[in-house]
Ligand binder design. Structure first.
Ligand SMILES: Nc1ncnc2c1ncn2[C@@H]1O[C@H](COP(=O)(O)OP(=O)(O)OP(=O)(O)O)[C@@H](O)[C@H]1O
Length: 246
């Protein structure tokens, strides 16, 4: 079996930083992983969403470099859209078309498929999820959980090598979270799941703890999530809200 050396790891971040104005939001992030389910845990304001956008190639790291499956996802956008997908916390930030089939077909059009092929691909995806009857459904009439499912189908239809999840389950009830998580796991796609909720990352292969824009610890979820909960409980026991100041 081929040994994966760090230089060829499918998810590779080297000394990544990012500033907003003068403020360093992320610094010194190095992460090499060939795990199929990678978790990133961190509290509010730790830089999770910024990191998700960097890994999806929507922001440029400065300094540092990011390679996903060997692709420079910021500079090589053509390759990046075939390589990385992202699911946002709020489906409204993702959805642009009025009907379900149009929304799912849009990603396939971006991959260069003809209108006909994209429509057939969208219908096949809907059928796979047992939702063929949603084809012409107006998205605005769907529930929040249903909108999340449309976003998930749209991104999975593009068959990304890595799917970045930026807290897509926040605000969903327990059965919906469980059902969507099961669909993602069954898709066989490499997942990089960013969350402040330890429940999302139980059973993951490897977890990184993001704290104040830096990686504080990494390892198996049992250990990292336990340490995270105990630190969050300790902080929550105090009255200091200074981290919420802008
Ligand atoms: N547009 C912006 N202008 C100024 N500061 C910003 C901007 N966007 C993010 N920040 C700051 O960058 C830091 C990281 O933000 P980010 O949204 O990445 O964190 P997060 O861990 O995803 O937070 P949350 O869990 O609350 O969504 C925060 O301190 C935030 O205030």
């Amino acid at each position: 079996m081929e040994t994966i050396t760090p230089a060829t790891a499918p998810v590779l971040l080297e000394n990544v930083g990012y500033r907003i104005g003068e403020i360093p939001v992320l610094s010194g992030i190095s992460l090499r992983s060939e795990a199929m389910r990678i978790g990133i845990i961190g509290r509010n304001g730790s830089g999770k969403s910024t990191l998700a956008r960097l890994i999806a190639g929507l922001l440029e790291p400065e300094p540092g470099r990011i390679r996903i499956e060997g692709v420079d996802v910021f500079r090589d956008r053509r390759a990046a859209i075939r390589t990385v997908g992202i699911l946002f916390q709020n489906p409204e930030h993702q959805i642009i078309f009025p009907t379900v089939a149009e929304e799912i077909g849009f990603g396939l059009r971006q991959l260069g498929q003809s209108r006909q092929d994209a429509e057939a691909g969208a219908l096949a995806m809907l059928a796979d999820f047992g939702k063929a009857h949603w084809k012409d459904a107006p998205i605005h009439a769907l529930s929040q959980g249903q909108k999340h499912l449309v976003c998930m189908m749209s991104v999975l239809a593009m068959r990304p090598r890595l799917l970045v999840l930026d807290e897509p389950f926040a605000g969903l009830d327990i059965p919906t979270r469980m059902q969507l998580a099961r669909q993602l796991n069954a898709s066989g796609t490499r997942l990089l799941h960013i969350s402040h909720d330890t429940r999302d990352l139980e059973g993951y292969d490897q977890v990184y703890w993001l704290d104040g824009g830096k990686i504080r610890a990494s390892g198996p979820p049992a250990q990292i999530l336990r340490d995270f909960i105990s630190e969050m409980t300790r902080i929550g026991g105090g009255d200091d809200l200074s981290h919420l100041a802008s």
